[in-house]
Design a protein around this ligand. Structure first.
Ligand code: FAD
Length: 455
């Protein structure tokens, strides 16, 4: 392991910043995290993370990385009321993609690989934050705005901050600054001010709206722990309901390119139309815990730091500050987690140009998430954008794969490995998978090895 010594400063103490900070403690003597919000040990939605009132799914790969960086944290969360799905019982999931309901009978082959952690976003962040705060090298400076970077020649030397309560401005010197301030990141403008080029931005306008509400549902009414029914062609809206800590639930209506439900009555009427009867009955038997909350997400956006030919030394950008995806696919925290692992690998390897190496390494997982999100969005005629021939072919193949998932638990696992970001999308074109896809089309039954039972 290569200890660089010195001081690293992370801007933003949300998921991307916390995970990056944890990795930096392996290489720097001191790690300071700066955030504008007041951060205590409570698990409450906060101003700096406006999406924190909305349901967040922790994909399997994200859960793995969080556990790797903070051993035992999953058990801690479960002890504090989170729910960990590890039964592999498909009856506990209700997942519908492009109108295909993934089979609800049978079990996954490797349930331990495909665990799903269920808790609210503030709950997860507060547990991770507590663990980061306990690290001896870490100082968390809350209620401070990061205003600007300081630099000399081509090297970032620190950050200028303003304390919120006293409006005191001062500089924090740093050997490395990591920007994890989310979608509103000022780094592109700061780069320009320093005489560097802004990163190119790829984007896809989606106009997604989330309207959600926390609800307490009496025990025993639902066997499921997660419902997801994605928007599909001709129906640009969907819903989700996910179990959170202490048996509370979050219920959501998501719209794409159309106005969201205007109030509670409309919210419930969407849900009455969309939910299976038993789930809607459970919702009605529940007790709403807060008013509905609205979040609008205009566009998926990827700032291409990986493509810049020149970046100042001592500056990295991670998390939503680099790429933010249509939230319907639940990838943001996983991409931030995988970027933290990429950061660790880049810091372990000797060699200069950390910024170039890191942004290129992180771009690999961003690219997978980006293609998944943008490809799925462009499968909907309601989303405007150019569709390449390969994209159209992928959409057609995906439809066949999902058709197979309707009846085949083996396929359901393959699909979840990919959507959980545990395996690359290429896994879905493995001959074994394609054999089952063809068989499903011909409505044949397969044995466990994918061989038609009639053969
Ligand atoms: C509606 C919605 C639903 C989502 N659902 C999922 C999901 O199901 N699963 C999933 O994995 N992801 C989901 N995401 C994405 C996920 O929320 C983010 O990817 C994740 O929070 C990581 O973001 P981040 O840490 O990069 O930035 P943010 O979470 O945006 O945090 C930025 C931090 O920087 C601080 N900050 C900002 N500017 C400054 C400044 N100038 N000075 C000091 N501090 C500053 C803020 O206070 C905040 O703490 C969803 C997103 C949205 C919008």
């Amino acid at each position: 392991m290569r200890n660089r010594g010195g001081h690293a400063v992370v801007l933003g103490a949300s998921m991307a910043g916390l995970l990056a900070a944890r990795v930096l403690t392996e290489f720097y003597d001191r790690v300071t995290i700066v955030d504008r919000d007041e951060l205590d040990d409570t698990a409450a939605p906060r101003h700096g993370v406006p999406q924190s009132r909305q349901p967040h799914v922790v994909l399997a790969r994200c859960g793995q990385v969080v556990e790797e960086l903070f051993p035992g944290v999953t058990d801690e969360m479960v002890g504090a009321g989170a729910h960990l799905w590890r039964s592999g019982d498909l009856g506990e999931l209700y997942t519908r993609f492009s109108g295909h309901l993934v089979t609800r009978t049978g079990r996954l082959r490797d349930p331990e690989k495909l665990t799903l952690l269920h808790a609210s976003r503030p709950f997860i962040e507060s547990h991770v934050r507590r663990r980061v705060r306990a690290l001896p090298a870490v100082t968390l400076v809350d209620r401070h705005d990061a205003d600007a970077l300081t630099w000399s020649a081509d090297t970032v030397t620190g950050v200028r901050v303003t304390s919120r309560p006293e409006h005191r401005q001062y500089e924090i010197a740093a050997d490395l600054v990591v920007d994890a301030t989310g979608r509103g990141s000022r780094t592109p403008a700061l780069l320009e001010r320093m005489g560097f080029a802004r990163p190119r931005e790829d984007h896809l306008t989606v106009h997604v709206s989330y309207v959600s509400m926390p609800v307490r549902i009496p025990d025993g009414l639902l066997n499921e722990i997660l419902f997801i029914d994605m928007p599909m062609a001709g129906r640009p809206y969907g819903w989700a309901m996910s179990r959170c800590e202490n048996n509370d639930w979050q219920v959501l209506v998501g719209t794409l390119g159309i106005a969201p439900p205007a109030g509670e009555d409309e919210f419930y009427s969407y849900l009455r139309e969309l939910m299976p009867a038993h789930a809607y009955a459970a919702l009605l038997a529940g007790e709403p815990l807060a008013d509905i909350a609205l979040y609008k997400f205009p566009a998926s956006r990827w700032r291409r730091y990986d493509k810049l030919t020149r970046m100042p030394c001592g500056l990295l950008v991670t998390g939503d500050a680099v790429a933010s995806f249509n939230p319907i696919y639940g990838q943001g925290m996983t991409v931030a987690a995988v970027a933290a692992i990429a950061l660790r690998e880049c810091l372990r390897a000797d060699g200069g140009e950390l910024s170039r190496r890191f942004h290129r390494a992180a771009a690999k997982s961003i690219d997978i998430a980006w293609r998944t999100a943008v490809g799925s969005d462009l499968a909907l005629p309601e989303v405007e954008g150019k569709r390449s021939l390969s994209m159209k072919m992928t959409t057609a193949l995906l439809d066949r794969i999902l058709l197979a998932c309707e009846t085949d638990p083996w396929m359901a696992q393959e699909f979840q490995m990919v959507t959980g970001m545990l395996a690359p999308p290429s896994r879905l074109v493995h001959p074994k998978v394609l054999r089952r896809v063809l068989a499903a089309r011909g409505r044949q039954n397969l044995d466990a090895d994918g061989v038609p039972a009639t053969a």
